[in-house]
Design a protein around this ligand. Structure first.
Ligand code: PMP
Length: 460
């Protein structure tokens, strides 16, 4: 048997087991069963390898999370050491472990100003569900039990657990589970490319911000607990707010005494060129949620960070806080996160994302704007989006049957590049460790796949 055949048989066996027994996230199973899942077996640096030995440049850092690149010895060693030393113990009932304590201290150093107390969870969704409970508890402790409605934005993504999915404004997440829950409402987001018409991005940003004020006035400020938002909306199509948007949002939150909870799950840990998206966009949050880049995805870990306003009230309460996960502050996850943050600091990955690496990435991204299929490129730090359009002048979209985004993504996979399609918006978010020559490779492949997509759908 040739080696190739042997590999194919093994792949087939994994695909069969998988098709029979594995319920995948965000997957149409009927469709998958006819194709067989792609089996990713290992990864190194910015490259993924599948079970057939095919190499792919991961332009998405997994799901926007592998800040330090794959296969880092430092993180593996830190996990091994913690597994041997303290494989598990919980942080309930006045107990901690050395790694959770040290990670809290480290986060207080790097987080946006004033955020200095942390609750640990295992995923971004759990973090946001926990944040919702913290917000409700805060207003109960403050003697304002009516201040409970949470306002989030259309096209936002905050996770899939019941509260996180209710926060999310991507409406396709709702009907299968009869969501959103009561008490969650959504306002406009600054998606100028799709919705801005003839307005300038700044004018549209202000219009979107004012929809928050209108909603608060409609509900009554005494009933509104918090506004929840990502600095840059990720899964909603990489929506980057224009100048003036965040200033106006913060003015409104202050005016009506509405807490500002910022979801940093994608934007945190250097992604936008500073430690947090809040730093990049001049946001002063009351609380934040972080995950992904916190551990570079090497371990499941999230944290909700509290500023003084909320933190002081909860830390000074006489009653027990009735919330926490078996794995909150898991020693191995926290040890790996500490090693991850050490790599980020030692290798100056945040400075590079905000400096030379980010600048080169944005320059290469902007060069794609001349392509006949491309209506706009936009980005910040090591985030980038490429809008595929039918008409570059009017920004008119293809009809959904054309499925330009999926076609382009499929060409990318076939040609060794992972680029995500959100509708017809192609999105990039590579590891912060990516080198210039790897970026040359990435953008060369991206242009080639845009060419293939254009000729397939007849755009010249
Ligand atoms: N918030 C944001 C902004 C996200 O992008 C995500 C995941 N993409 C989440 C929350 C949910 O995180 P998780 O998938 O770890 O639950």
């Amino acid at each position: 048997m040739s080696q190739n055949t042997a590999l194919s048989n093994q792949t087939k066996r994994w695909q069969e087991m998988d098709a029979a027994h594995h319920l995948h996230p965000f997957t149409t199973h009927k469709d998958l069963a006819t194709k067989g899942a792609r089996v990713i077996t290992h990864a190194e640096g910015v490259y993924l390898y599948d079970s057939e030995g095919k190499r792919m440049l991961d332009g998405m850092a997994g799901l926007w999370c592998v800040q330090v690149g794959y296969g880092r010895e430092e993180l593996a060693q830190a996990g091994y050491k913690a597994l041997k030393e303290l494989s598990y113990y919980n942080n309930f009932f006045q107990t901690t472990n050395q790694y959770a304590a040290e990670l809290s201290d480290k986060l207080a150093e790097v987080c946006p100003k004033g955020i200095d107390r942390f609750f640990f969870a295992n995923s971004g969704s759990e973090g946001n569900d926990s944040a919702v409970k913290i917000i409700r508890y805060y207003w109960n402790l403050m003697g304002k039990p009516d201040k409970k409605t949470i306002i989030a934005r259309k096209k936002s993504y905050h996770g899939v657990t019941l509260a996180a999915a209710s926060l999310s404004g991507l409406t396709h997440l709702h009907p299968q589970a009869d969501l959103p829950l009561p008490g969650f409402v959504h306002v406009e987001c600054p998606d100028w490319f799709a919705e801005g018409g003839d307005m300038t991005p700044e004018e549209y940003g202000l219009k979107a911000a004012h929809s928050l004020e209108e909603k608060i006035l409609e509900l009554g400020a005494d009933n509104v607990a918090a506004f929840v938002a990502e600095p840059v909306q990720g899964a909603g199509g990489l929506i980057i707010p224009p100048k003036g948007y965040w200033e106006e949002i913060q003015r409104i939150c202050r005016k009506y005494d509405v807490l500002l909870h910022i979801d940093e799950v994608i934007c945190g840990f250097g992604r936008t060129g500073q430690w947090f998206g809040s730093d990049t966009f001049g946001i002063e949050p009351d609380m934040i949620n972080m995950a992904k880049g916190l551990s570079s995805g090497y371990q499941p870990l999230a944290a909700v960070g509290l500023g003084k306003r909320v933190g002081d009230v909860i830390f000074n309460s006489d009653e027990e806080w009735s919330h926490g996960f078996t794995y909150s502050g898991h020693p191995v996850a926290c040890a790996v996160a500490l090693a991850n943050l050490e790599v980020i600091q030692k290798e100056k990955l945040v400075e590079k994302a905000g400096g030379a690496t980010g600048a080169y990435f944005q320059k290469k991204l902007a060069e794609l704007a001349d392509h006949p299929l491309v209506g706009e490129t936009r980005g910040v730090g090591l985030l980038g989006a490429i809008e595929l359009v039918k008409d570059r002048k009017t920004r008119a979209k293809f009809d959904s049957a054309t499925d330009a985004g999926t076609r382009c993504r499929n060409h990318c996979f076939s040609n060794g590049l992972v680029m995500r399609a959100i509708g017809d918006t192609m999105v990039l978010s590579p590891p912060l460790t990516i080198t210039e020559s790897e970026m040359d490779n990435l953008f060369g492949l991206a242009r080639h796949c845009l060419d293939l997509t254009a000729s397939e759908i007849g755009v010249v």
